[in-house]
Ligand binder design. Structure first.
Ligand code: PRX
Length: 556
């Protein structure tokens, strides 16, 4: 589509408001960390806020092609800012954790918030951002600050107890969101861009090695996310769709912001975590908004599976999940047991489960069943949606590794000339994603007592490195010495002596990102007893780390 002109923001907002007459339709139901905090945002309201934000960025000197770093929680301002960038042709880079250093060093503006409550834990985002800025001595980087809990009188806010930590503030470069948004107009002409102009750069998660800046462009990505959303979730005008991912990950970019908005969809935007204020939060939210299409990660399904709070603790009634029509999963292989629980208990055998396999690099789904059209197999992402093998490019494929075209070519195209290489293994004619082939350690999930396990390495004086295993037991199982011996024996017999873990630690929960990926970096540091774990703001449940430290194994 090179040479064609378009604008992403125009397509997902102006077109819906003006041509499709959807101005009054709700674009997002925002649901806060606390169930008392919520608001609805229509398409016209969204357009107005995005134009204001675009004008603010322009006043601050941001121009087409400039990069803007965004470090915000799951609040409406996150969507406003990313679409504002798209409107003026700026390239957004949403930062979720450790890569904040890399990002802020390359951007002239950072949009962040004072902080966020994740469950009961306050995370001081502004302070983390300031520390990253200081490291690079980026005095020119300007910080726009969203005062999270003091904004929007329209939000139904119960009193929030403010943390003792003060929000750091430097009047020389920090700017307050409310102030600047109030000073600009709600009109802003979109910048017409070339189809192949960059839309965003997103750093891939740590599970695939040293982070790379994946670059996506405007038109192909718009087409691909829009179409895959429409077909894979069988989008209908009366849908209320909810993807539980964080917008900071590709799933949120493609299937919270761009895909749903391009289709004029109504979505839930959820700030919270699945276990706060209780383990039934997901089902409570589905009931509250009558969610029809639900898209989450296997590990989150696994989590609730261990504490299946399908009953409302206050009313003692079962949550009403009858609105659900399609269930989706993404991010990790789903084991058949969890798949069946999802299908039978959550979906009440009514809802097809779409196991969507894809990557930051692919921009959108590449392997997935189509709901009610493809026979399903529990645990399989089934087969390619459009392609049989990745022999030719598709519209949503990444265009380069930012600043490193050579790495782009070597990583994806050299290993198997003529094909795109995802780096994931598969089993038969249907695709059963077996996990990363570059993950050197195989995790056996066959033991009946074990709900989940993760293995990392730890230095060993004789062997160089040895295996340190974290296991999460199913409810009611007790962790003790004889169980550890039994687990070691099973691994020795089923996989081989070389795979026997030296250490097995009890892990009531594993540290996971909000997109459901196990943070191996954190596990490695716990295994090595390294106390400074760095930025943990991406952890879905911030308490996990303390518990794991308290149960560390000192000796094998
Ligand atoms: O290993 C595959 C796994 O997640 C990797 C991509 O991670 P990321 O770029 O962060 O994107 C996550 C969201 C698309 C893949 O290489 N993965 C993703 N979806 C599945 C999966 N593994 C098995 N089944 C899936 N459905």
């Amino acid at each position: 589509m090179e040479g064609a002109k378009t604008n992403m923001c125009y397509n997902v907002l102006d077109r819906n408001v003006k041509d499709e007459n959807l101005g009054e339709r709700v674009a997002f139901y925002w649901e806060g960390n606390s169930p008392d905090h919520h608001m609805a945002i229509t398409y016209s309201q969204l357009l107005g806020q995005v134009c204001r934000c675009a004008n603010v960025l322009k006043h601050m000197g941001v121009r087409k092609g400039d990069r803007v770093a965004i470090y915000l929680p799951m609040i409406p301002e996150l969507v406003y800012t990313m679409l504002a960038c798209a409107r003026i042709g700026a390239v957004h880079s949403i930062v979720v954790s450790a890569e904040i250093d890399i990002m802020v060093s390359q951007c002239s503006i950072l949009v962040t918030a004072d902080g966020v409550y994740r469950g009961e834990k306050w995370i001081n985002l502004k302070q983390i951002a300031d520390e990253a800025l200081e490291k690079y001595e980026h005095t020119h980087t300007c910080c726009v600050l969203v005062l999270h809990y003091r904004r929007q009188p329209s939000v139904n806010l119960s009193p929030v107890v403010f943390p003792v930590v003060q929000t750091p503030w430097d009047a020389a470069c920090d700017v307050c969101w409310d102030e600047v948004m109030g000073q600009v107009s709600e009109q802003c002409e979109p910048e017409w861009l070339d189809a192949e102009d960059p839309l965003f750069i997103l750093y891939t998660s740590e599970s695939t090695g040293k982070p790379k800046g994946v670059l996506h462009t405007v038109a192909g990505y718009l087409l691909y996310t829009s179409l895959t959303f429409k077909y894979v979730f069988d989008h209908q005008p009366d849908d209320v769709y909810w993807c539980t991912a964080d917008i900071g990950w590709i799933t949120g970019h493609s299937y919270i912001t761009y895909g749903p908005l391009a289709n004029g969809g109504t979505s839930v935007l959820f700030e919270g975590i699945p276990v706060h204020p209780h383990a039934g939060r997901f089902w409570e939210v589905i009931e509250k908004y009558r969610v029809t299409k639900f898209y989450t990660a296997p590990t989150l399904i696994g989590n609730v599976e261990r504490t299946p709070l399908l009953t409302n603790p206050v009313t003692s009634c079962r949550y009403d999940l009858s609105s659900l029509r399609i269930l989706g999963t993404v991010g990790e292989p789903i084991n058949p047991e969890a798949w069946l629980w999802y299908y039978e208990v959550v979906g009440q055998k009514r809802c097809p489960v779409v196991d969507t396999f894809w990557q930051t690099e692919t921009g959108g789904h590449v392997l997935t069943p189509l709901p009610a059209a493809t026979p399903l197999k529990p645990g399989s992402a089934v087969r390619s949606m459009w392609l049989q093998v990745f022999r030719r490019p598709w519209p949503g494929i990444m265009r380069t590794v930012y600043g490193n075209q050579e790495r782009f070519e070597n990583t994806y195209f050299k290993k198997c000339p003529g094909f795109y290489v995802t780096g994931d293994g598969r089993i038969d004619g249907y695709y059963w994603i077996t996990g990363r082939i570059d993950d050197m350690i195989n995790v056996s999930g066959h033991l009946l007592t074990v709900a989940e396990a993760a293995v990392v390495s730890r230095p060993h004086t004789v062997k160089g490195e040895c295996l340190y295993c974290f296991v999460t037991l199913k409810d009611c199982r007790e962790f003790n010495r004889s169980l550890v011996d039994e687990l070691k024996r099973q691994v020795r017999e089923k996989i081989g002596p070389i795979a026997t873990p030296d250490f097995i630690q009890n892990a009531p929960g594993l540290p996971k990102t909000r997109s459901g990926k196990i943070m191996r970096r954190v596990l490695r540091q716990i295994a090595r007893n390294e106390k400074d774990l760095g930025d943990l703001s991406t952890l879905a449940d911030p308490k996990v780390e303390e518990v794991l430290f308290s149960q560390r194994c000192e000796t094998a």
